[in-house]
Write a protein that binds this ligand. Structure first.
Ligand code: AMP
Length: 491
């Protein structure tokens, strides 16, 4: 199927062609015709599926088609006609870039506003008039408070990565933004989310009018492009193992996840000491530092980018071959988002998790979500010491998520050597490691996750129709969505 059959205008098809896309992705095939009809949409799609073009292309076309009426109404002024809300600055910047790219042959003006940078240049841009505004909620509300933005003419609203916005505690900001828009029945509303929790469904009920439900499997699940492996290792040896793996395998571009901002800083410094060029990216870094780190990572100056979950959300780095979970995330869904950074847009990738005894419960939660075991492989010389007992996980002072794990009384389970193992036992265990490694070929164990899709299905089965079916209008005015997750925001 080609883009030509989706009903897009010549200018948009030209821009798509210039990007080198030969055919639409599944989300684009499903979403574009529905959005072009002017219907509300609730779409289950992760980053990496091509969702940005999936809403940007029809959004641009709808605005152009309706221009005549809008222009007449406004008699020359240029109101904001489409608003895209995103959880993070990086995602906002990327969406804005996509709008520029796909709209380059159209007379549309777009702008992006997010926190962490000066507000005055944004005010100037808004004053000159924009048709499409991409924004993070916090900075948008700052503008609203200063009356430097008028959202009363918005015709299309997009909530991108809505699940992430709720995770980051933006629900109240979102409600405040909604109050600045025309009534929902007078706009087209598009909600994109990787997962459909009850909170997302409640938000959808408030926001969407008889939405069309669209779900697609993340690309990676169908093509089994991401190899996943867990390396059990003691906590105090993780850094050494990471440096060893990067050096021994000659990895040139590695995205490493830590749980806390402090942990990200410290690890980046330690890796630098080991002679690996590294940078940290997280919510406490200035926007300039984040942009610089990302640019360095993309152009190869920075070999290892150490990131917290929230900072990494929305990063679109083509052909990222290696993602390392230096620490497992507290929230299993974050694992899915993390490994979604690799194997993007059709490329293969590898997701490695360094797991210490403290994290076994987190690992089990992740495997439950994926509904499969991740292959375990002890690397020679890095056998975990079975005498080390699990400790509660500390997320740092004023931590990112504000939670610590309960004390666990478990070890690595059956088959592990005792604490006082002999040299013979040690070498036997290393042989075992080697043979496990030999069994880790492409087909075996290197299976791709079925993460968000499975999650969406399971969670949505109770109250939502199957993909592509119309969602019965339900529950307007249902209880307010509860706040999920901790208070750390990236905005
Ligand atoms: P997204 O899910 O929107 O973050 O897109 C993920 C990546 O897929 C981006 O790098 C896009 O440039 C790329 N992409 C989007 N649509 C297509 C397409 N139809 N064919 C190939 N690549 C695409």
């Amino acid at each position: 199927m080609s883009f030509d059959s989706l009903g897009l205008s010549a200018e948009l098809l030209r821009a798509v062609g210039e990007q080198g896309y030969s055919e639409p992705t599944p989300i684009q095939r499903k979403a574009i015709p529905v959005i072009l009809q002017g219907l509300d949409v609730m779409a289950g799609a992760q980053t990496g599926t091509g969702k940005t073009a999936g809403f940007t292309l029809p959004l641009l076309q709808r605005l152009i088609e309706n221009s005549a009426g809008a222009n007449a109404r406004q008699r020359g002024s240029r109101p904001i006609r489409a608003l895209v809300l995103t959880p993070t600055r990086e995602l906002a910047a990327q969406v804005a870039e996509s709008i520029q790219t796909y709209g380059r042959h159209l007379p549309m003006k777009s702008a992006v506003v997010f926190g962490g940078v000066k507000i005055n240049p944004q005010i100037d841009t808004l004053r000159r008039g924009v048709d499409i505004l991409v924004a993070t909620p916090g900075r948008l509300l700052d503008h609203a408070g200063q009356r430097t933005v008028d959202l009363s003419q918005v015709e299309i609203l997009v909530l991108d990565e809505a699940d992430r916005m709720l995770d980051m505690g933006f629900i109240h900001d979102i409600k405040r933004v909604l109050a600045l828009l025309p009534p929902s029945a007078q706009r087209q509303n598009l909600l994109f989310s990787a997962t459909f929790s009850d909170d997302i469904k409640r938000l959808a009920d408030r926001l969407l009018n008889s939405p069309e439900l669209i779900e697609v499997a993340p690309r990676n699940t169908t093509a089994e492009r991401i190899g996943q492996v867990v390396h059990p290792v003691d906590k105090h040896r993780k850094r050494e193992l990471l440096s060893h793996m990067i050096g021994a395998n000659d990895w040139r571009q590695v995205l490493v996840f830590t749980r806390t901002k402090h942990g990200a800083n410290r690890l980046a410094q330690q890796l630098e000491t080991d002679g690996l060029s590294a940078a940290a990216i997280h919510g406490n870094k200035s926007q300039g530092a984040r942009t610089k780190a990302l640019a360095g990572f993309k152009n190869g100056d920075v070999r290892v980018l150490v990131a917290t979950d929230i900072a990494a959300r929305g990063l679109d780095i083509d052909q990222l071959p290696h993602v390392v979970n230096y620490e497992l995330p507290n929230v299993p869904e974050d694992y899915v988002h993390r490994i979604g950074r690799t194997g993007r847009a059709g490329n293969s990738g590898e997701a490695v998790s360094l797991v210490c005894v403290d994290e076994l419960k987190l690992l089990r939660d992740i495997e439950r979500l994926l509904r499969r075991d991740i292959p375990k492989q002890v690397l020679p010389g890095y056998d975990p010491d079975p005498s080390i007992r699990a400790e509660p996980i500390q997320n740092g002072r004023g931590n990112d998520r504000g939670r610590s794990q309960p004390r666990q009384s478990e070890g690595y389970g059956r088959g592990r050597a005792p604490a006082n193992k002999t040299a013979a036992a040690l070498s036997a265990s290393r042989r075992e490691s080697g043979s496990q490694r030999a069994g880790q070929g492409r087909g075996e164990g290197r299976t791709a996750p079925k993460p968000a899709h499975g999650h969406v299905r399971r969670k949505s089965a109770d109250s939502h129709a199957q993909p592509q079916h119309r969602h019965p209008r339900s529950g307007r005015g249902s209880p307010r969505a509860a706040l999920v997750g901790g208070g750390f925001t990236d905005d």
